[in-house]
Design a protein around this ligand. Structure first.
Ligand code: AMP
Ligand code: MG
Length: 413
């Protein structure tokens, strides 16, 4: 089959992978303060209306709109401050001084802002006001359920909670949320040539960058990393490390050793120790990529080249982690961008070109590729906002050409 020889397209791989996955069992009752980034296992519902009373949205005077023709003096009989309501109903012909967020007294149906009244009698004991202009019922009053109605759903099952979701639920008086269990992730960095930064380098060795990059990305995405290790390319040690980490995790991610070279043992080991779902992608960067299951864990064998590891992580592993955590995977937003410079490339595989996003004088999006697109070169990913989706056959795209691009951005709010 052509697809198997050259590898799956990203779309085929994504579909095959995600349809094979379902949310992990288990949930927790999580204090809302700690629930940002967690996925709701049950809808979040407020039992009460918020604010729960009619509140002023201005500093001014609460009154009845019918009493307020301009020039008509109204005695100010009291004050309603935030947290300290005026304790009586307002009588016809009266006004009550009021501040933003304070309870609008029963009987009042409008608030005249401070700037729209004259204080006609200055004594502190019995001031009077007149209105400068007309006033309408409902003016500057927030409804008692303006933020949320009693029984309103604040978040749905499968929703990943943002800072604003958490703040709104806390504002409605909720303290906890029922959230899905998070996948326990383990990371195995493989390669005899790798040393951690700070260690001396023997000839031909390099410092590990995939390990730190993946750990930082996982942390940024709020993923629980339960263990991470390094192992050389010795087959027995590799096998032992894979089985140990798979036994401790729901998801095991490895990098390196997944191509078809003699030193690359991850694919055959996965076939022998577990089940191989597929191996190889029709994609640049990221051709070597294996996934399947091993010792009860979902396994992802990412390529060794740092850009390939990062790109396949963002395209396939992150969506899979979302499904395992019970949330529908959110694709990266896509937009059409215009190239600021020509793009030349070797045809053969569809490519995800790393590029920076700017805008032209009309605010339309522009993309500037981040230099040499070698998958060994992390510099091509540094500062990248976009992955430009370029067809397998494309050789040259002129400056000004439009291309579809994925925007590598997570919502802040
Ligand atoms: P491999 O997939 O193991 O054949 O590795 C492909 C390339 O990526 C080789 O040049 C490796 O030295 C390099 N590489 C593999 N793992 C890492 C890593 N953790 N950090 C940086 N480079 C790596
Ligand atoms: Mg290797």
């Amino acid at each position: 089959m052509e697809e198997v020889k050259q590898g799956r397209t990203l779309e085929q791989a994504r579909t095959q992978l995600l349809t094979a996955l379902s949310p992990l069992p288990g949930d927790d009752l999580c204090p809302l303060q700690q629930a940002r980034g967690r996925v709701l296992a049950e809808p979040l519902v407020t039992p009460r209306a918020v604010p729960g009373f009619r509140a002023s949205s201005m500093d001014g005077y609460a009154l009845r709109a019918v009493d307020g023709p301009p020039g008509q003096p109204l005695p100010v009989v009291g004050c309603s401050a935030a947290g300290a309501p005026y304790g009586h109903p307002l009588q016809p012909g009266q006004a009550v001084q009021i501040f933003t967020g304070a309870v609008v007294p029963h009987g009042a149906d409008a608030v005249a802002p401070q700037e729209e009244i004259h204080l006609v009698q200055g004594q502190i004991s019995s001031p009077m006001i007149t209105l400068k202009g007309p006033i309408h019922p409902g003016q500057w009053i927030r409804s008692s359920h303006g933020e949320a109605a009693a029984g309103e759903q604040l978040g749905s099952r499968g929703q990943r909670l943002s800072s604003v979701d958490v703040a709104r639920a806390l504002g409605c008086g909720l303290c906890t949320a029922r959230v899905h269990a998070r996948p326990r992730v383990a990371l195995l960095v493989t390669g005899s040539e790798l040393r951690p930064a700070g260690d001396p380098l023997a000839p031909g060795c390099i410092h590990d960058s995939n390990g730190p990059l993946l750990l930082l990305l996982l942390e940024q995405l709020g993923v629980d990393v339960v263990d991470h290790q390094w192992v050389d390319d010795d087959p027995q040690r590799l096998e032992r490390a894979l089985l140990t980490l798979a036994g401790r995790s729901d998801v095991l991610i490895s990098t390196g050793g997944v191509s078809v070279g003699d030193g690359d043992r991850v694919g055959p080991l996965l076939e022998r120790l577990g089940t191989l779902q597929f191996w190889r992608l029709f994609l640049k960067p990221g051709r070597p990529f294996a996934t399947g299951t091993m010792a009860g864990a979902r396994f992802f064998g990412l390529p060794g080249n740092p850009v390939s590891a990062a790109v396949t992580f963002l395209q396939l592993v992150w969506p899979a982690l979302q499904v395992l955590e019970g949330s529908p995977p959110e694709p990266w937003p896509r937009l059409r961008v215009r190239l600021t410079s020509p793009l030349r490339r070797r045809p053969g595989r569809p490519e995800l070109i790393r590029a920076r996003l700017t805008t032209d004088h009309q605010g339309l999006p522009l993309a500037t590729p981040c230099g040499d697109q070698s998958s060994a070169r992390l510099a091509s990913l540094q500062g990248a906002d976009l992955l430009l989706e370029v067809d397998a056959a494309a050789t040259e795209l002129p400056a000004g050409a439009t291309v579809m691009a994925q925007l590598l951005r997570l919502p802040l709010l």
